[in-house]
Design a protein around this ligand. Structure first.
Ligand SMILES: [Zn+2]
Length: 59
């Protein structure tokens, strides 16, 4: 489990981190607090390092 900050209500939201991929992964997570969809981008630079996780309001 990883957590992100909801871009709408600024609460911390847990989500299941997908496994390593050599391409960035975009997924939509519904905020548990305000129920709005958050676009989460997960990007790895190397399988041995923590991925970069960014959360944005769905456009
Ligand atoms: Zn929220």
């Amino acid at each position: 489990m990883e957590n992100i900050t909801c871009p709408y209500c600024w609460q911390k939201i847990d989500f299941d981190l997908p496994g390593y991929s050599d391409v960035s992964i975009e997924l939509v997570v519904d905020c548990e607090v305000c129920c709005r969809p958050i676009t989460v981008t997960v990007e790895w630079t190397s399988p041995d390092e923590e991925p970069l996780i960014s959360a944005e309001a769905e456009s």
